[in-house]
Design a protein. Sequence first.
Length: 233
Amino acid sequence: FFLSFTSIPLVYYIDFFKTETPIAVSNITTLVGNSSSLSIDTKVSMSPYIYVILVARSIISSVFGSIMSLSQGTFHARIADPSLGGTYMTLLNTLTNLSFALPSTVLLFFIDPLTWRACENASLERAISVLNSTSTNRTELIQLAEDFLTNNVTCMSFDGKEACRLSGGSCRTIVDGYYLLSGVGFVSGIVSYVFLRRMAKYLDSNPVEAYRVKAKSEAFETMEETNFIISKA
């Protein structure tokens, strides 16, 4: 959560940490005389502050992650049934790891489908040459090229990006799916915290015996006692 929340402004304002330094490059271009010309080039470097921010961000994220892992491990160690050995702990840790890994995998899959792109500066003449049609009718060729630009030059897949490039255009990102999913994840986290906080308190307040594995005989006796109490009532 912390990494996603801080990545958005960091990526957006990354250009403010760039430093451009003009440098002169000598180019000897004459064949008869000894004259030479100077061309101005630009050297781009990153400000040291960006590295300080990245290191501080990584340290804070590691601290928060360690606190979360330690809290979960402590809770698992407290409620684990000693009669099962490490099997109970393994199950709890496996479920915890899956809860971290599965959402990330699903979200990474949806980043590209949720990204909106458009092909700019695509040429109708280039599209006609790409089609390589045998038709000599100019009107028909224009119609085929327009259909090609509408249906194929989408920039939504690899073939669509390649069609845009062959048509002389370039894909421009209108809405990045990363920012969209980050916003949805942030709102979902706040809403989930409100509802799951009460559940977490309830699970933490239960006695340790509530998490112990009961044998079938004990469960049967408990059921019989419950039925007896209900019949007496």
